[in-house]
Design a protein around this ligand. Sequence first.
Ligand code: NAD
Ligand code: GLY
Length: 368
Amino acid sequence: MQTIPVDIAGRPYEVRVGQGLLADVAGQCGARLRKPVVPIVTDANVHTAWGAAVEASLAGAGKQAAWRILPAGESTKSWDNLIAVVNWLLELEVERGDHIIALGGGVIGDLTGFAASILKRGCHFVQIPTTLLAQVDSSVGGKTAINAPAGKNLVGAFHQPSLVLADLDALNTLPLRELRAGYAEVVKYGLLGDAAFFDWCEENAPAILTGDLAAREYAVAQSVRAKAAIVAQDEFETTGLRALLNLGHTFGHALEAETGFSDRLLHGEGVALGMVLAARFSARRGLMESADAERIARHIAAMGLPSEVRDLGLNVSGAHLAAHMLHDKKVDAGRLAFLLMRGIGQAFLTKDVTLDEVSAFLAEQLEG
Ligand code: NAD
Ligand code: GLY
């Protein structure tokens, strides 16, 4: 097992990456579980795959799980479910010093973390991420949120977990498409700041998909180390450093919005294609070599992720796609904020991109 510290000032915590953590959840959480009943929020798929193992571990420590099992899927991150979870926690008489467990992917982690942030003005929670995406990104760093009718992740809080348990065993039950989508957030760390990690990804990432444990552990631990280093320096995304974690997300978000935030394009798939577009847009501006942008596109495609907008079958103009970007949370005083690249591993934030320039670029990409 690898233990990675997240050195948030005043509230440091650990991310543990390894095997057997779910089957030893009581031992891993230790004194954090101070009452006989342990509140756990999860979704139906994760409960089917891992509920019994978690229950057995708790029973071995004389504890019992109180389950809140939500439907799987993005629409679970709603006001209705937030209210239901908070009321359920109040009925369980959860106190500020207690820990709530979030067992699942980013949907469950984001919703449960937000509920924990507002319950009695903030109580503790443990993240047990069960998707690759959640292990390498959403469970670390304390961003919590639900979706609102006006858009995704628009209501939330920064609220750090007390502990993150990233069990590599969980990836064995994850559908391949979800594994691939989560991989986009792994390779993101190479593209945004670590060219050597991108080289490693090109060489080793196929082994992540086929179940190689050493490759999975290295990918998750290296990603968590990268994210921990960033959030420790810029917890509240004020200096521009944490914004680098949004590489590919502005283009990706526009594509997700156009496809209705649905199974047509998973979040990680949108990020993968978004990173290719950010690279090509950077090359179009003369910031990076076209050959490097196409190297990124080849790797994304080799991992079974979308690398061409025209393959999505969208019947829209570049201007229509670009307009979705005006709803991006990074828009500042009406100016778009973009993550571009000066090369592989050299992402940076800029606000000098106009909607017309992006529209023209996207029109080219749609035509092919
Ligand atoms: P998800 O939580 O919907 O999980 C994907 C699917 O996998 C679901 O159907 C789920 O039931 C299933 N699943 C999860 N673990 C499983 C397992 N071990 N075995 C079998 N099935 C399993 O999606 P996700 O990709 O994990 O997360 C996406 C969400 O994360 C989005 O809402 C996004 O906004 C959010 N996010 C948040 C942050 C952050 O910093 N807070 C970062 C990135 C993404
Ligand atoms: N997933 C982006 C962030 O945590 O800032």
